[in-house]
Write a protein of this length. Structure first.
Length: 253
């Protein structure tokens, strides 16, 4: 039997908002700092300090042993990249994945940034990933299904001759970092769980410029494309409303 999906009340969603806004504000804060020559550990330090100063907690830190406060995934790294001392180069792309805990609630969002002047291929995969998230969000409404979301994303991405990662997906979120339901970024229309007002989850399609296959590196966290093609990702935390969908991870101002 599948685990239960926690349908959140209006009050609970209101309590999530500060964490979601903080996560979004963190991405706004970090963007002007991303430039050639900085390290992903520099990004980690800025995110950690910004989070702690706000009275929040960086959810990734020590989560199942993850050693840093943010995930930084560069070029062919799909997700869960660990910040380190490698310097960013002009033309790189980097996904910064932020999850903040504030007053016991989680807010989860990510964005892929250009480092300096990105090339045509880097811009292509990044903009397709950005559009894929928008298309997934547009499919969210009461009575639709999780399969509708995944199908919409998959059809668009594959029409652009890119691929959608299968092994990692969106997820329910609230007081718990990862809860039901799992939100796949591929699938069949009309399949899967039917959406109801009060469901809160992330959509976070990982889009590869090449093939969809990935592999997990020896550190137990870093996921890369098998063919070493570029990968990009965008993510929002969303709430299903009576009339459609609300993006919770928008900046506070």
């Amino acid at each position: 039997m599948p685990r239960m999906v926690h349908i959140k009340t209006t009050e609970e969603i209101d309590m999530m908002r500060p964490a979601c806004h903080h996560a979004a504000d963190t991405l706004v804060m970090i963007e002007p700092h991303i430039r050639p020559g900085m390290t992903t550990d520099d990004i980690n330090g800025l995110v950690h300090e910004f989070t702690i100063k706000a009275g929040a907690i960086p959810a990734p830190l020590n989560y199942h042993g993850f050693p840093k406060s943010v995930c930084t995934s560069v070029n062919h790294v799909v997700c869960h990249g660990i910040p380190g001392n490698k310097k960013l180069k002009n033309g790189d792309i980097i996904n910064v994945d932020v999850t903040s805990i504030l007053n016991g609630w989680h807010g989860d969002t990510s964005k892929t940034f250009y480092v300096g002047d990105a090339g045509i291929r880097a811009r292509k995969v990044t903009e397709i990933a950005r559009k894929a998230l928008e298309i997934g969000i547009a499919a969210v409404q009461p009575g639709a299904t999780l399969g509708d979301i995944g199908h919409a994303i998959q059809v668009y991405v594959e029409s652009e001759r890119c691929s959608v990662v299968r092994e990692y997906c969106g997820h329910g979120i609230g007081r718990v970092f990862h809860e039901e339901p799992q939100v796949l970024h591929y699938g069949n229309p009309g399949s899967g769980l039917k959406l109801k007002p009060g469901m809160v989850f992330t959509i976070e399609p990982m889009v590869n410029l090449g093939r969809k296959e990935v592999k997990l590196l020896g550190d137990g966290w870093t996921v890369v494309t098998r063919d070493k093609s570029l990968s990009a990702q965008f993510e929002h935390t969303l709430a299903v409303t009576e009339n459609g969908v609300e993006i919770l991870t928008l900046p506070s101002s």
